[in-house]
Write a protein that binds this ligand. Structure first.
Ligand code: NCD
Length: 425
């Protein structure tokens, strides 16, 4: 089976760093025509790209100069100290992150239940979660299953041998004899790296305390790029507001570092003083050509942002911080978004959000607002995590040729409030 035209076109726009409008004019077609070529096969409006246009796109990519706006085509690879492991976003360059996104694009028809694959048939994933999780644990498991593998889970310390004093080394080595990959979440920063040192099978960090959450950052950046492509923006030069618990929120730690691989961003870091972004990350951002602003003023911080990335207060990690001044009016809700955000500002959150009345988190009254990208974000967790597994286990080139039609029927939109473009753009 040939690579889908949507994958080819998205890859070309990413590599040329062009918005849809610029790319459409570069290849001499209308934006409308390009949009219909980008729709998934089988959707009523989708059109086949003429062969000549495909050849022209390939020629443009071949002739594109090295450097400048053009990113070299790199083979997807995820390695830590020479081993197939995903522990930190520091392992990525802009090119290698984008090579992973190309693999995620290939996974989209499977993630949307139109196609199936069995490339990981016989493989077993051990999902070891020593901290609370819903979406990360289930989506890693679902991603592995959609590649044809099977999943074994453990949850919490209480029912694990760690409660009997077993070391990370022993647990990791034991499970490695049972499984082909390990996904680990653990409350201590650096602990997942310790699991990784005790095994030669791929290990993925699904959150090490306040440290990192690299797969979340990858799916967040993938979401930002896809959403920006639809609304005519690129990541370079964009304005990202990160809000909430920036001290303990590992998702913002990983995402800020990943975004710093791009050029000329403006980061507005909005948090109570006691929960500011750690210095080592601010310093890393400052080493690039980025503008960094830190503020406690939510309204001012959100103004003019292309992306508002909200986070939950990580009370469970508090030592003796006070969140004085972090009053219930520190809430991102419909009224505030309408007052200070633009018509195409993206509202994101790694979830879970505290949806209880009076919680100073992302409010649920935004659920019908198409700017709210949180469920597009969670949906993108599947193709991105499938891509991570496929690359770590070395099957990424087999997926395209192995796909068959799914035998069952599923709804076009999985959520009742999904925007018209949800999942198809
Ligand atoms: C986050 C986490 O666990 O770091 N959730 C997630 O994985 N999507 C955020 C949080 O718990 O607040």
């Amino acid at each position: 089976m040939a690579v889908q035209q949507q994958t080819v076109l998205r890859d070309a726009m990413r590599r040329l760093n062009m918005t849809r409008d610029v790319f459409a004019s570069r290849i001499g077609v209308t934006r409308r025509a390009l949009d219909t070529w980008l729709l998934p096969d089988g959707s009523p409006e989708s059109r086949a790209m003429p062969e000549i246009a495909g050849r022209y796109v390939a020629e443009i990519l071949e002739r594109a100069p090295d450097g400048g706006e053009y990113t070299q085509r790199v083979q997807p690879a995820i390695a830590f100290e020479g081993r197939s492991q995903l522990l930190s976003v520091d392992q990525f360059s802009r090119d290698s992150a984008e090579a992973l996104f190309r693999v995620a694009d290939v996974m989209q028809p499977i993630a949307r239940r139109q196609k199936i694959t069995r490339v990981l048939e016989g493989a077993v994933l051990a999902n070891l979660f020593f901290e609370a999780s819903t979406r990360t644990r289930v989506s890693f498991g679902a991603a592995f299953c959609r590649l044809g593998g099977s999943v074994c889970d453990t949850t919490g310390f209480t029912f694990s041998s760690m409660a009997k004093g077993e070391s990370i080394y022993d647990t990791s080595r034991v499970i490695s004899g049972y499984a082909d990959a390990l996904v680990v979440r653990h409350p201590e920063q650096g602990s997942v790296a310790e699991f990784a040192r005790a095994t030669n099978i791929p290990v993925i960090n699904a959150g090490d305390g306040p440290g990192e959450h690299p797969s979340q950052a990858l799916l967040d950046l993938y979401t930002i790029q896809r959403e920006f492509s639809r609304i005519g923006k690129i990541v370079d030069g964009s304005h990202i507001a990160m809000v909430g618990d920036l001290k303990y929120g590992r998702t913002v730690h990983s995402l800020a570092k990943l975004l710093s691989l791009y050029r000329g961003l403006k980061f507005t870091l909005v948090s109570p003083r006691s929960l500011e972004m750690p210095d080592y990350i601010v310093e890393k951002l400052a080493r690039g050509d980025h503008v960094i602003e830190q503020t406690t003023d939510l309204r001012a911080g959100l103004t003019g942002a292309d992306v508002v990335y909200a986070t939950r207060i990580q009370k469970e990690r508090f030592a003796n911080e006070s969140i004085e001044g972090y009053t219930p009016d520190f809430q991102i809700n419909q009224a505030l978004v309408n007052a200070v955000c633009g018509p195409d500002t993206l509202i994101m959150h790694p979830l879970p959000r505290d949806g209880r009345p009076g919680a100073n988190d992302l409010a649920t009254d935004l659920n019908h607002d198409s700017r709210l990208a949180i469920f597009r974000q969670t949906d993108n967790g599947i193709p991105v995590r499938m891509a991570i597994f496929a690359i770590l286990l070395g099957v990424e080139h087999q997926v395209q040729h192995s796909m068959r039609d799914a035998a069952w029927r599923s709804p076009a939109y999985v959520g009742p409030d999904d925007a018209v473009f949800h999942g198809i753009d």
